[in-house]
Design a protein around this ligand. Structure first.
Ligand code: MF3
Ligand code: CO
Ligand code: CO
Length: 275
């Protein structure tokens, strides 16, 4: 069944399938890395406007993370050569920064993962470009609510299935589709570690949540069906039915009585509109 291992030394522990339970020093490190992720997502807010290229946003993200003593985890990760992922409209995740420009009406996810002092802070938010139709804004709002409902369930004694279930129930009550092909993940000194954090499931199923666990929750919600397809570039995931998709992501740590969110916006820019 599910294995847990208490992380006692500072020596980085590899990926062995067990769920790591971290101590207070890890929480301090994750708070710092998570804060840098959140500040990066705050910093780009005024730049997310019609006409800007996603490569320009990527360059801003790179410069900001570097100047704050961090390194983008995605740079060189499995052959990925950019500092963030930028996923527009029907792109579900892992959109590659390019010379493509943002246009009015777009909904855009930016996902950043700075490594600071060896700890990974992984977070993403949605941005509304110019005038966005109500239908798209509703998707973005519901997706944010899905993430926060999931986080409310992230406490000792609950299971991953409890987190997944509230996300699925809320999304499907709006007749949206919850993406199955990508999930959240444990993280810490590693970018992607056990456990898998699924976003659909039944209450009481899956690994039990214990104090010291550190992981992301990052639901991807589609206006249409849950199905995704991978583009030729090997990274870009899009909705099969070309419907709009949204995502928010936080990195969290389970405490004795709930959880701490490491990636809260210091500027209070939690969800759009940010103005
Ligand atoms: N930040 C993404 C996540 O939330 C992973 C991106 S990996 C990349 O897990 F290589 F596509 F950048
Ligand atoms: Co993640
Ligand atoms: Co991410």
């Amino acid at each position: 069944m599910t294995e847990y291992v208490t992380v006692t030394s500072d020596a980085p522990l590899g990926r062995n399938g067990a769920i790591k339970l971290y101590g207070p020093e890890a929480f301090v490190g994750m708070h710092a890395a998570g804060k840098l992720a959140a500040e990066t997502l705050d910093m780009i807010v005024p730049h997310m406007v019609p006409g800007v290229t996603t490569a320009e946003i990527d360059a801003l993200v790179y410069a900001f993370i570097k100047s704050h003593g961090g390194v983008p985890a995605t740079l060189g990760y499995r052959g990925y050569t950019h500092s963030c992922c930028i996923s527009i409209n029907h792109v579900v995740c892992h959109g590659i920064p390019s010379e493509k420009t943002l246009k009015s009406g777009d909904i855009v996810n930016v996902d950043v993962t700075p490594i600071l002092d060896g700890w990974h802070g992984d977070s993403s938010r949605m941005y509304l470009i110019g005038d966005v139709p109500l239908k798209a804004r509703r998707l973005v709002d519901v997706t944010y609510e899905c993430l926060m409902l999931g986080i409310e369930q992230a406490k000792p004694g609950n299971t991953m299935g409890d987190v997944a279930h509230v996300i699925q129930r809320y999304a499907e009550s709006h007749r949206y589709g919850v993406v199955r092909d990508f999930c959240g993940h444990g993280l810490g000194r590693l970018f992607h570690d056990a456990p898998e954090v699924v976003h659909v499931g039944r209450p009481g199923t899956g690994p039990e949540l214990k104090p010291g666990m550190i992981f992301t929750i990052e639901p991807m919600i589609n206006i249409g069906k849950p199905d995704v397809k991978l583009l030729e570039d090997g990274w870009t995931a899009v909705t099969r039915d070309r419907s709009l998709s949204a995502q928010f992501e936080h990195s969290i740590g389970i405490t004795e009585d709930g959880c701490e969110i490491f990636t809260v916006s210091p500027a209070g820019l939690h969800k759009p509109p940010y103005a």
